[in-house]
Design a protein around this ligand. Sequence first.
Ligand SMILES: CC(C)(COP(=O)(O)OP(=O)(O)OC[C@H]1O[C@@H](n2cnc3c(N)ncnc32)[C@H](O)[C@@H]1OP(=O)(O)O)[C@@H](O)C(=O)NCCC(=O)NCCS
Length: 176
Amino acid sequence: MNTVTENTEFWLDTVSIRQIRKPDLPGLEWGGEYKHFRRIYADAYQRVLKGLSLIWVAELHPVGLIGQLFIQLNCDRPELADGVYKAYMYAFRIRETFRSRGLGTLMMKTIESDLKRRSFSVLTLNVAKDNPRAQELYKRLGFVVTSDEPGIWSYPDDKGIWHQVHEPAWRMEKTL
Ligand SMILES: CC(C)(COP(=O)(O)OP(=O)(O)OC[C@H]1O[C@@H](n2cnc3c(N)ncnc32)[C@H](O)[C@@H]1OP(=O)(O)O)[C@@H](O)C(=O)NCCC(=O)NCCS
């Protein structure tokens, strides 16, 4: 195990959970693992600049970005995010070495407080049906399943090649 992770309290206390800045964008690719999402990240960042989205990152010195969570405040699916009451979270990931040590929960609590300050009262998400551990985490945090989401979407990768994703999911919601 990485020595940084041996003392949970020490490293978790030094993690900075903050909103993204432009120089952070390459760090979201996690050294190439998520390079195929480069255009998605660039588009999301443009939405941040327009006030439509938020991108939260968790940074640990000297490691770099070890977590991320995207929020849509408004989108073309009002059942997910309506710009007033409902916000939608997605692309929530913690780097593997740092999982199951409380960082994900800390990020969720941070963004929930921020959304409340912005007067949002409902947080929505889609979680893959084959991801029971994440479902457990969300239940523990007070989310309940509200519907079924087909989970069909597509995206252009970093080379502009389109990919179809089929990831059946549960819609979960929490009153903030
Ligand atoms: C889900 C995730 C963001 C939670 O962050 P975290 O820092 O591990 O969260 P916490 O330490 O606060 O809570 C840990 C809980 O997260 C859940 N979890 C979900 N996927 C997990 C994974 N791959 N590894 C570890 N924990 C996971 C479990 O319920 C876990 O509880 P447990 O340790 O008692 O089993 C993180 O585990 C992760 O990046 N998983 C892979 C990507 C993913 O599934 N994202 C959610 C998409 S909807």
